[in-house]
Each structure stands twice: as C-alpha cells, then as structure tokens.
Write a protein that binds this ligand. Sequence first.
Ligand code: NAG
Ligand code: NAG
Ligand code: CU
Length: 140
Amino acid sequence: MFSKVLFFALIPTIFAANHAVTVGANNALSFTPTSVVAAVGDTITFTVVSRNHSITTTNFSGAVCPPPKGGVGPNGWDSGFLSDLDGSMPKFVYTVKDTTPHFAACMQAAGAHCRAGMTFALNPSATQTYAQFNRNAMAS
Ligand SMILES: *[C@@H]1O[C@H](CO)[C@@H](O)[C@H](O)[C@H]1NC(C)=O
Ligand SMILES: *[C@@H]1O[C@H](CO)[C@@H](O)[C@H](O)[C@H]1NC(C)=O
Ligand SMILES: [Cu+2]
C-alpha cells in the first residue's frame, strides 16, 4: 500500500525544478539569466556555450574577483574550468541546499571575466541584490 508517509516524503522529489543557465551566450562574458530563485532540492544546470569559464561562488562584497578556488561557502560550489573551445558545451549541475543568497562569478583570466561582469546570483535578497553584487564585482 502507498502510505501517506511515503507519499509526502516523495513530494520534494516530484516537484523539484531544474533551472537552466547559459554560460557565455553569443560569446559574451555573461550568465543568462543573471539570477535564479530556487527552492532546496532544485537543480541548476549551467551549460558553457563558448570559450572557457568557471562558475564559482565568491563574496558579495570586498574581494569579489577572482572567486577563490573551491568557492566561498557554506554550501558554495566551484565547477572548475569548463571549456567549450572544442564545441563540447560542458555542463555543471548544482543541487540547491539552502535558500540563503549565493553569489558566483567566473575565475578565468585572474578575475578579468569577473570584473567584466561575468557574475551570477542564486536567491539574491532585498539587501543583497544581483545589481549591487555585479557593481561590487566590477569595482573589485
Ligand atoms: C581553461 O582555462 C584554464 C585556466 O586558464 C586553463 O588552465 C585550461 O588549460 C583551459 N582549458 C583549455 C581546454 O584551454
Ligand atoms: C570573503 O569574506 C570573508 C569575510 O569577510 C573573508 O574572511 C574572506 O577572506 C573573503 N574571501 C575572499 C576570497 O576574499
Ligand atoms: Cu569566464
């Protein structure tokens, strides 16, 4: 018999969403979209469609660029370098672990991509907005 307990345990799995983010669309130093609002258990699939980039968490302000190897945590991430120079369009999948804001950028070229505005926010807040994070990155 399909118990109520089992049914409710399965709900998060059934309703988990995937959010697709394109990295480097039109050969630009960008993430599309620049921010995502997601629930715990959702996945974010980053697909690199040009050049050679990373998706790495960093600080909201202060020393934003380049993001440090391994990313800034807790529950941060670092995709490592993913190259589409061979046309393979590599992917990186992150499973959302909390709903606190996370800020990410590309590590490439010692932070030059990050300072050019190659930035991304997961669950930004009213006080820590994507726009302010991007300004902080470009000034760091
Ligand atoms: C991607 O970039 C990293 C860091 O600059 C570099 O070490 C790596 O060799 C590059 N990959 C390719 C395939 O060019
Ligand atoms: C991020 O901010 C924290 C807290 O201010 C600081 O200790 C840490 O060194 C910063 N990380 C980087 C990579 O700048
Ligand atoms: Cu990059």
